[in-house]
Design a protein around this ligand. Structure first.
Ligand code: PRX
Length: 580
């Protein structure tokens, strides 16, 4: 049966309860994402259906049915309970895209834990900041990454349980627990009786100022994730779906775990470095039908040429979507030429939990536009000065949403003021709940766009200094703080500079302490310092040494000025620049 309807039909009398129809949901059922993605699918008669097709480096492969997911996630849930982890405790999942990551995500939710997935390429500083902020109680990691945890353990008093999956149990240190996933198959497990507002997933996201913020999600996010997966990704029972995102980032959980599995759809995971040949072969071998990826990946594939595509049979592909960065028209045209399908753009954020502005089958698509607000989402572009919705088509302003959609984040962990500051019109003493439930407020995304006369949204850029490199946000403050930890660096300012494939890459402007000379060795040392302590994404691709950094009269470094030079833009009002 076709799932395709026009935008107008979708809007007619829209109700989030459509998600319940999509899931064949009866009131009174247990609202627990871990349970809904495994036990519930089995109970509906799909226990033997393949849930996960996994490929790793070399020729490593594995497959898991929904029943495997059910008993293995029960096993991890029980293991956590046995270790004294309690409902509400944060459980960090710090590993590559190995099967245990997917199983443990569901298991942590099943026992009432809050799943906190973190990108495995994070260095010890990035890890420490996020584990300390979350007061994480337990961490599951692999032998490859456990060293980073050991290094910071002394600074994390809340972290009581370290579980290591894969590798050699003999190499563990005292107090660490080895987890052999396949040895922990548990038939019956009583899931935590979560409700709509029970905490589920905690994702850290970077802002302009300060350290990353923990966006807290709850189990009722599943309504938004299920409905958008059904309508936008257009997943059907017999699809083979591939989401290329890592669950360390929100796309990898909302649409790389929850969306497909709550609908009982088979998905593939490729845990190996990027090469175009491997990606095409993976899609060919697994007959991938629906593919959700990011513009940087599409641009990288484009660079590797059309001939490689032609060597593979990708005829199973029927639907392609993209997220995370502006999808340039060139990439859309190319995908139409080589795959016979255009990538459809979707816009959303860690904070929104699910897609907000989308293109989907049945809608008229305008290449280059992010599409229209998903039904049930009230969106606007707010005037940059007055914060009122703009009337005139084409006017650039701030993308904003009326609060209250189901998958919206519930707070920034322990940062209520920052949460409140995201809502235009919120009272100074408004609680997170009041912000979320007040239909007169606007949640402001931090991005600029315009709306055309037909209601289509056109992305313009970020409204702040956050850098989007290859679809990953990195915070300049985090990198600047790390840079000045380097013995040679006195001051630092970090901005995004244009890059053909990654859209932006990190550029650092620094001043040196007396006695240091900038040469190739020092440049390499600074780059490695950041790569190791933060992550490869945060590593500056270019470092420029200055005599002094441009500052306001009050001493604040003018990133905006440096950024505008990199982008060849008008630097705007420089009257606040420090006098020489
Ligand atoms: O700047 C926008 C950009 O990515 C930001 C959200 O990043 P994050 O919270 O890490 O979540 C990424 C995946 C949902 C946005 O504020 N962004 C996301 N989608 C698009 C986009 N920029 C342009 N076009 C998009 N489709």
């Amino acid at each position: 049966m076709s799932n395709i309807k026009s935008y107008e039909e979708r809007l007619q009398g829209f109700d989030w309860d459509y998600a319940k129809e999509v899931l064949d949901w009866q009131d009174g059922e247990l609202l627990n994402i871990g349970h809904m993605c495994s036990d519930r699918i089995c109970a509906k008669g799909h226990a033997d259906k393949t849930a996960l097709i996994w490929e790793g480096f070399g020729d490593a492969t594995a497959q898991y049915t929904f029943n495997d997911l059910r008993v293995l996630s029960n096993g991890f849930a029980k293991l956590l309970q046995d270790q004294g982890v309690e409902p509400g405790d944060r459980v960090c999942l710090f590993m590559d895209k190995v099967p245990a990551l997917y199983v443990s995500f569901l298991g942590a939710l099943k026992m009432g834990g809050v799943a906190q997935p973190l990108f495995s390429a994070f260095g010890d500083d990035s890890l420490e900041v996020r584990l300390a902020s979350a007061e994480t109680k337990a961490i599951l990691t692999t032998q490859k990454h456990v060293k980073k945890v050991r290094k910071i353990l002394d600074k994390l008093p809340a972290l009581k349980t370290i579980i290591v999956v894969e590798g050699n149990p003999a190499k563990l240190k005292d107090g660490e627990l080895f987890y052999d996933m396949n040895e922990h198959r548990v038939e019956d497990f009583e899931c935590f009786q979560s409700g709509p507002e029970s905490q589920s997933v905690l994702h850290y996201t970077s802002g302009t100022t300060g350290q990353p913020k923990g966006a807290q999600h709850v189990h009722s996010s599943v309504w938004g994730q299920a409905l958008t997966t059904s309508w936008v990704l257009d997943l059907h029972d017999d699809d083979i779906y591939w989401c290329t995102a890592d669950p360390g980032w929100v796309t990898g959980t909302s649409y790389g775990i929850i969306g497909p599995w709550v609908l009982g759809v088979t998905q593939c995971v490729l845990d190996s470095g990027f090469t175009a040949a491997r990606w095409y072969k993976f899609m060919q071998d697994n007959k991938v039908t629906v593919w959700y990826s990011a513009p940087t990946a599409i641009r990288s594939l484009m660079r590797d040429g059309d001939d490689l595509v032609k060597k593979h049979d990708l005829s199973a592909l029927r639907h392609l979507c993209s997220v995370g960065e502006p999808l340039n028209a060139e990439a859309v045209v190319w995908s139409e030429q080589v795959f016979g399908k255009a990538f459809l753009d979707t816009f959303w954020q860690t904070e929104t939990g699910a897609m907000m502005i989308t293109n989907y089958p049945g809608m008229k698509i305008k290449p280059g536009s992010m599409g229209k607000p998903f039904p049930g989402i009230t969106a606007a572009v707010l005037d940059l000065k007055t914060n009122e919705p703009v009337d005139e088509p084409g006017t650039v302003g701030l993308i904003a949403f009326r609060p209250g959609w189901p998958s919206m984040f519930r707070e920034y962990r322990n940062q209520h003021d920052v949460y409140r500051s995201k809502f235009v019109g919120a009272a100074d003493d408004a609680t997170p709940e009041q912000c979320r439930l007040d239909p007169d407020l606007w949640y402001v995304s931090g991005d600029r766009a315009s709306i055309d006369a037909d209601g289509y949204y056109w992305f313009v850029g970020r409204d702040d200094d956050v850098i989007n490199t290859g679809g990953h946000l990195v915070g300049p403050f985090e990198i600047e703080s790390a840079l000045i930890e380097h013995e040679a660096i006195a001051e630092a300012a970090v901005v995004g500079k244009p890059d053909e494939v990654n859209m932006e890459v990190v550029k650092a402007f620094i001043t040196l302490h007396k006695g240091f000379e900038f040469d190739d060795m020092l440049e390499l040392s600074v780059m490695n310092f950041i790569r190791k302590s933060l992550s490869p994404l945060a590593m500056p691709q270019e470092i420029e040494v200055m005599e002094k950094l441009p500052k306001t009269r009050s001493g604040k470094i003018l990133r905006r000025y440096l950024r505008s030079i990199e982008w060849g833009e008008d630097a705007g009002d420089l009257s606040t620049l420090e006098d020489d």
